[in-house]
Write a protein that binds this ligand. Structure first.
Ligand SMILES: CCCCCCCCCCCCCCCC(=O)SCCNC(=O)CCNC(=O)[C@H](O)C(C)(C)COP(=O)(O)OP(=O)(O)OC[C@H]1O[C@@H](n2cnc3c(N)ncnc32)[C@H](O)[C@@H]1OP(=O)(O)O
Length: 129
């Protein structure tokens, strides 16, 4: 799994227990999954269709640096299935895992559209072509 993005846990990200609010963490993961999908599928018109099996394994507190990892499970016809792990940057302790995040590629009409991709691509390789 590649860990692309780091976040700093700030006071506004906390729940009443003074640990990282789960909803904030899910919003960060959704954004990360959306950006990853836009880059892979080369289309900014994508949506999150389905998120499964979210396991909050440990908490994070104010001042912690966390990192968000994304891995591709499967390229479908119009979909891209991802998984995610969030961990503490300094201790590597796992904070959360998400087993399946299904993102769907849309056409201009807002309906699922085949993306034609079958494997991970790197922007630097596209630029060399
Ligand atoms: C210049 C710079 C530009 C940068 C620019 C930045 C912009 C940065 C903003 C980006 C923004 C991103 C967005 C953020 C993420 C949201 O927050 S998105 C908002 C929340 N999500 C939604 O509103 C989606 C609402 N749902 C829908 O509109 C429809 O359900 C959908 C997604 C169009 C799908 O319609 P559908 O009839 O279910 O489609 P269907 O053909 O049955 O399935 C399509 C695919 O999904 C799969 N699927 C459907 N249901 C399931 C399921 N339950 N389980 C598993 N797979 C499923 C199917 O297997 C199929 O896969 P493929 O076989 O084609 O690979």
């Amino acid at each position: 799994m590649r860990f692309h993005t780091r976040k700093w846990v700030k006071p506004e990200d906390l729940n009443p227990n003074q640990t990282l609010f789960g909803g904030q963490l899910l919003a960060w993961i959704d954004e990360e999954a959306a950006l990853y999908t836009i880059i892979q599928l080369e289309n900014s018109k994508i949506v999150t269709k389905y998120i499964s099996e979210i396991n909050f394994m440990s908490s994070a507190k104010q001042g912690d640096i966390i990192e968000i990892g994304i891995e591709v499970i499967k390229f479908g016809k119009s979909s891209l299935t991802l998984k995610s792990e969030v961990r503490n940057k300094m201790t590597r302790e796992t904070i959360l895992t998400v087993d399946n995040i299904i993102m769907v590629n849309l056409g201009e009409d807002g309906k699922p559209k085949p993306h034609g991709k079958t494997e991970i691509e790197f922007v630097k390789d596209r630029l060399e072509e």
